[in-house]
Design a protein around this ligand. Structure first.
Ligand SMILES: [Zn+2]
Ligand SMILES: [Zn+2]
Length: 75
C-alpha cells in the first residue's frame, strides 16, 4: 500500500493516517493531503492583545480594491 501524497510505500508498524475520503498517508504527509485534496476553508488573521481573533482581509479582496484604484479595506 502506498501513501496517497508522496507515493512511497507505507511500512508495517508505522503510524498511518486513514482519511475519511479513503486515502492512506504517512503521518508527515497528512497535512499536505488535507490541504491539497480537501482545501478546507480558512481565514488568515492575528490574535489581538486581548486574545481575540482578528481576521485579515483576504488577498483577493485587496487585489480587487487595488484594481479599482481604491485603498485596501474600503468598500
Ligand atoms: Zn507520504
Ligand atoms: Zn482525504
Amino acid at each position: 500500500m502506498n501513501c496517497r501524497v508522496c507515493g512511497n510505500s507505507l511500512f508495517t508498524g508505522r503510524t498511518v493516517f486513514h482519511c475519511a475520503c479513503g486515502a492512506f498517508t504517512h503521518a508527515g504527509c497528512w497535512e499536505r493531503h488535507v490541504v491539497e485534496a480537501h482545501k478546507p476553508p480558512f481565514v488568515l488573521g492575528t490574535i489581538s492583545l486581548n486574545g481575540d481573533f482578528v481576521p485579515r482581509k483576504s488577498r483577493a479582496g485587496i487585489k480587487e480594491s487595488l484594481a479599482r484604484g481604491e485603498p485596501a479595506g474600503v468598500k
